[in-house]
Structures are given as structure tokens and as C-alpha cells.
Design a protein around this ligand. Structure first.
Ligand code: NDP
Length: 255
């Protein structure tokens, strides 16, 4: 009975930014839990590794090009994913981008590239998916927030603004769409070594300083996000909406 609550067999899931890093980890986990998967990214070639990994495990995976900053094109990609899978029950708003810079030097182009990807892009994917889910009895969405949704981090102002906005969006959509059976939650990853964050990890002093702030004494790894995402998308979380689960080794609890 309890095991069945976590079973995603027959569910149709779209993971934006599914080519690498956290999005790849989530797509593989959702497939492992039984879902049919669509993954998107700007680079179609970049999706091949995730697609092969999921298909090799015997699950279904559709790969589609999508730039979440392009509202019309991005919405069409969500609709195309639903058409290819035969429905849409799960949306993971994972596509994201960070570029740290002292705030005095932030220009409009940098602000727009970060906020348009992380916040505006996520909203219009949610809108496109919500329109589909509302007509088919509901669904589950998970937005990838950040520690910067909760704390201020110097030189990450556009990123922090976008991720704090994404947390507000999560809460507001959860309340608005609950009557349609659409649950909207978020995950706030702590420090995970990915292409987006790789440059920080080249600095051993930075690594030492960060590890000292993480009670569990390690950075996030390959098995840390997928299970939490499966939970939030599954019937085990049927009465959970509008919340954000930090997956951070205790970082937020310690400050
Ligand atoms: P990566 O850079 O490793 O992966 C980002 C993914 O998003 C890629 O698949 C990329 O593919 C895609 N992407 C980027 N821009 C766009 C776009 N405009 N349209 C569509 N797809 C896009 O990042 P992470 O795995 O580290 O991050 C994933 C999410 O987790 C992000 O939202 C990030 O903010 C969040 N996060 C990550 C943390 C970490 O420590 N790594 C911590 C907290 C939050 P392509 O370039 O081909 O488009």
C-alpha cells in the first residue's frame, strides 16, 4: 500500500533542462519510478545522454528543444511534450542559470537573462502545463528554487531575486490551482557540483568555507534530489502543496 503511493507508472512527466546536472538526476529518478519522460533543453544534442540512459533502463523518453525564455516557443514545446507522451501529469521547472557578479556591475542584459530563464520561463511553462492539467483532472509541479530563495548571497542578486520570486510563484499557484487538482511545490537544493556551479569548486578555499557551513559535511550528490522529487510528484504527497523542501545537508537549519 505505502509502496504504491510512490509509484509513478503511467504518469507523463516533463523535465525542463533535463540534459545534465540536477535535471538529469530528476528525469532518471522519475523514469525509475515508472513515469514516461519528456526532457527539454536549448541543445537537442545535449539531451542525448539523458535520453539514452532512460531508454536503456526500459523507460520511455522524448527529447525536445526548448528555450524557456521564448514564451511562445516554450509553450509550444510543453504542448508538444504532452502530445508526444499522450498527456501531462508532472512538470519539473528545472531549467535555470546563474552568473554571479557584483551588483554594481549588473547590467540589464544579465538581469534579463537570469530572471527570464529562472522566473518568467518557469511561469510560462507552468501556465502551458497548467492549461493541460486543468483539463485532465490535475497534476503535480515542482519548481527548482535555491538557498537564495531564503538567504541573501552576495553577488547573486538577480539569481536570488529570481529564485525568491519562484518561491512566491510556487505558493501563489498552489493556492490558485488547488481546486483544479494541481499541486505546486518546490525544492531548494543546497550546494551541488554541476556545470552551472563548476567554477566555484575549482577554488579549494571556497570548498572548505562552504563545507564548514553544511552540518552534514558534504556537498549534494547524485542520489539526493531524485527521491524527494518522486515523493512530491507522487500520491504520497497528495496533501502537500505550496511548500518548498530544502535539500541542503542542514545548511538552512543551521543559520
Ligand atoms: P546545469 O547548468 O547543470 O543544467 C541546466 C539545465 O538547464 C541544462 O539542461 C540546460 O541545457 C538547461 N537550460 C539552461 N537555460 C535554459 C533555457 N533558457 N531554456 C531551456 N533550458 C535551459 O544546472 P544545475 O543542474 O546546477 O541546475 C538545475 C536547476 O537547479 C537550476 O534551476 C538551478 O538554479 C537549480 N539549483 C542548482 C543548484 C546547484 O548547486 N547546482 C543549487 C540550487 C538550485 P541547455 O544549456 O542546453 O539549454
Amino acid at each position: 500500500m505505502t509502496k504504491a503511493l510512490f509509484d509513478l507508472s503511467g504518469r507523463k512527466a516533463l523535465v525542463t533542462g533535463g540534459s545534465r546536472g540536477i535535471g538529469q538526476q530528476i528525469a532518471v529518478a522519475l523514469a525509475d519510478a515508472g513515469a514516461d519522460i519528456a526532457i527539454t533543453a536549448r541543445s537537442l544534442d545535449g539531451l542525448a545522454e539523458t535520453q539514452a540512459s532512460i531508454e536503456d533502463s526500459g523507460a520511455r523518453c522524448v527529447a525536445l528543444a526548448q528555450d524557456v525564455r521564448d514564451v511562445e516557443g516554450s509553450s509550444r514545446a510543453v504542448e508538444a511534450a504532452a502530445a508526444a507522451l499522450g498527456g501531462l501529469d508532472i512538470l519539473i521547472n528545472n531549467a535555470g542559470f546563474e552568473n554571479v557578479r557584483p551588483s554594481m556591475d549588473v547590467d540589464e542584459a544579465l538581469w534579463d537573462s537570469i530572471v527570464d530563464t529562472n522566473l518568467k520561463g518557469a511561469f510560462f511553462c507552468a501556465r502551458a502545463a497548467g492549461r493541460i492539467m486543468a483539463g485532465t483532472g490535475g497534476g503535480a509541479m515542482v519548481n527548482l528554487c535555491s538557498l537564495t530563495s531564503f538567504v541573501g548571497i552576495p553577488t547573486a542578486v538577480p539569481y536570488g531575486a529570481s529564485k525568491t520570486g519562484l518561491l512566491g510563484m510556487t505558493r501563489a499557484l498552489a493556492t490558485e490551482w488547488a481546486p483544479q487538482g494541481i499541486r505546486v511545490n518546490a525544492i531548494a537544493p543546497g550546494y551541488f557540483r554541476t556545470a552551472m556551479t563548476e567554477a566555484f569548486y575549482d577554488d579549494q578555499d571556497w570548498q572548505s568555507r562552504m563545507l564548514a557551513k553544511i552540518p552534514q559535511g558534504r556537498f549534494g550528490g547524485d542520489g539526493d534530489i531524485g527521491g524527494v522529487t518522486v515523493f512530491l510528484c507522487s500520491d504520497a504527497a497528495a496533501y502537500v502543496t505550496g511548500h518548498c523542501i530544502p535539500v541542503d545537508g542542514g545548511y538552512l537549519a543551521s543559520i
